[in-house]
Design a protein around this ligand. Structure first.
Ligand SMILES: Cc1cc2nc3c(=O)[nH]c(=O)nc-3n(C[C@H](O)[C@H](O)[C@H](O)COP(=O)(O)OP(=O)(O)OC[C@H]3O[C@@H](n4cnc5c(N)ncnc54)[C@H](O)[C@@H]3O)c2cc1C
Length: 394
């Protein structure tokens, strides 16, 4: 019997284990279960912060200046006091392996988890090979419950192919991270390229699409190579590493719990920002909150994420604009960055803005399109509420 079961030892599970011990819960018995040890750099996490974060020592590169480029707005923006940071998963996993080896209260098991449920007063995790683990609480980041697309919500995917490329001639400005370059064929959805230089010769260049369905590999690789050739003016380059990813962009509810004892965390628990796909920092905030709540009250916090109703509505409105094609994505992001200090935009995307700041943000985008989107979202919510009420009356 454990105090805490942590099923899924990726970004969320490992972060939670770390924050639990940091919060002073190293007297608790913790079990981490994942299907397999990590075998390399399966992703890079980028995010912004205006102060040193929990894993500052693992930051591989950080930039004070970001580039935003669209057909009619091109700027390099000084984002200080924010820094745009990159952590390579491989560094995070290695750090965690070393750190966990020194934590006598945390055990690890490699197994395929098939279920995590509340049974009576306990959380119970079962594996494919038949083992059963019990804990007072479980925190699960394995996508065991599928979120099926529902017409009442918006469902986009953020999907991307990235290459770490190396050039013999200097080709990159190491001080500037290109956050979004929309100067690529949009093909009726939202497409942009990220350029994150490690030094003058090496950068992660990523072709990103917001749309409902994935593309073929060639449909990412061709425009990515074209961008490197034409936009960056690089004829010869070596691809040192490739990453592919899919992140949900949806306002559909993710399961926050399974019964009283199982909490879902990470992407599977709805920690992804619906309108941007950024997740890593939200995972840190969430897992720290859980750790401190366990420390103070012995139980996890009741609510999933301290997202205000206002920010949730704005997220849905932005998703509605993008998924209904009310405006091209590049138009929205170019307007945001052209008409606001970048710090305000970053604060807004972090949901840290005040109401007056949100009004300034809203006045900087195409208001008729956003008002139509907001009305659509509110109509959808109303009809969902009516359907719920009708079901309860039956
Ligand atoms: C390529 C890529 C790049 C990304 N880049 C960014 C970024 O720049 N910034 C950002 O904010 N977010 C980014 N994200 C989104 C998000 O931050 C990451 O997906 C993050 O890793 C999510 O953490 P998680 O713990 O929810 O999921 P994961 O890190 O995927 O962890 C889930 C764990 O569960 C384990 N698992 C799954 N099924 C089972 C099973 N049945 N039994 C046992 N174990 C199981 C997996 O092995 C894994 O270790 C990126 C995502 C991807 C895929």
């Amino acid at each position: 019997m454990y105090d805490y079961l942590i099923t899924g030892a990726g970004a969320a599970g490992l972060s939670l284990a770390y924050h639990l011990n940091q919060a002073g819960l190293s007297d608790k018995r913790i079990l981490l279960i994942d299907r397999a040890p990590k075998a390399g750099n399966d992703r890079t996490w980028c995010f912004w912060e205006d102060r040193p974060g929990s894993f500052e020592a693992l930051v591989f590169r950080a930039w004070d200046c970001i580039g935003v480029y669209s057909p009619d707005f091109c700027a390099r923006l000084d984002i200080r006091p924010y820094r745009y940071k990159m952590i390579r998963a491989v560094d995070f996993y290695r750090f965690m392996d070393d750190w966990l080896a020194e934590q006598p209260n945390i055990a690890r098991v490699w197994a395929e988890v098939v279920s995590v449920e509340t049974i009576g007063e306990h959380a119970v995790a079962r594996t494919k090979s038949g083992e059963v683990y019990r804990g007072a609480w479980a925190f699960n980041s394995i996508p065991l419950i599928k979120v099926t697309p529902q017409p009442a919500y918006h469902h986009l995917l953020q999907h991307f192919l990235g290459w770490v490329i190396h050039t013999t001639q200097p080709a990159f400005e190491p001080e500037v991270a290109t956050l979004m370059d929309f100067r690529v064929e949009q093909s009726g959805d939202t497409r942009f390229v990220y350029v994150l230089p490690f030094d003058a010769h090496t950068a992660l260049v990523e072709y990103t699409v917001f749309s409902p369905a994935l593309l073929t590999r060639d449909e990412y690789a061709r425009p990515l190579a074209g961008y490197v050739n034409r936009q960056l003016g690089i004829a010869d380059f070596e691809v040192q590493h490739e990453e592919f990813g899919v992140i949900p962009m949806t306002d559909a509810p993710f399961p926050s719990r399974s019964g009283a004892r199982v909490y879902h965390i990470g992407t599977a628990g709805g920690d992804t920002k619906p309108s941007t796909g950024y997740t890593f920092r939200r995972i840190q905030r969430r897992t720290q909150r859980i750790a401190w709540s366990l420390r103070q009250s012995g139980a996890p916090p009741d609510d999933r994420q301290p997202t205000s109703a206002r920010h949730a509505l704005l997220d849905s409105a932005l998703l509605n604009v993008l998924s209904r094609g009310r405006l091209p994505g590049w138009r929205v992001f170019a307007d945001l960055f052209a008409r606001n200090p970048p710090q305000r935009v970053l604060r807004f995307l972090d949901e840290d803005t005040t109401l007056p700041e949100d009004l300034l943000i809203m006045s900087s985008v195409n208001l008729p399109a956003f008002l139509a989107a907001t009305a659509d979202v509110l109509r959808g919510r109303l009809s969902r509420a009516n359907r719920r009420r009708a079901r309860q009356d039956v």
